[in-house]
Ligand binder design. Sequence first.
Ligand SMILES: [Zn+2]
Length: 174
Amino acid sequence: MLDDPLVQDLLKKIIDDPMEEDSNNIEIVRCLNDGITTDEEIAEKTGIRLNIVRKILYKLYDGGLASYKRYKDPETQWFSYNWQFEPEEVNNTLKKHIHDEIEEYEKILNDEKNNMFFVCPQGHNRFDFEDASNNDFICPECGEEVIFEPNEDFIESLEKKIDSLHEKYDSIGN
Ligand SMILES: [Zn+2]
């Protein structure tokens, strides 16, 4: 499952800091998925610093992809955590993300279908009919007249995108 590119994208979105490149945080998930339950063991196995391992575990928890059980070590009286990966939540989360994406594209599609659009010939602005009309069909940045722009091609590309997202959604198992 962790080798599925869709799953890897999702995990990266959840655990990776976009400011840091070449992270191998996915190895932490791999360890969890292999049944390693404590942060110390994961740090040892992956060579990733313990505080980073903890941060990633909490990110997974926050994203609903991991859970933990807290217990008191009878010897030291310290609390320890047993972590667990929640693979069945991966598909649910994937589906939710794709569902949200489909809704966003459908909103744009509706807007495109229900409006006419006008663009500045210099590329400054794109207006729907109402905004263009409020500006007397003049671009406020350069004073040139805005021109009607057919949007059939854009609509078609949106529809294709939505279709492919539906296919992606249906390809994910339960
Ligand atoms: Zn302009």
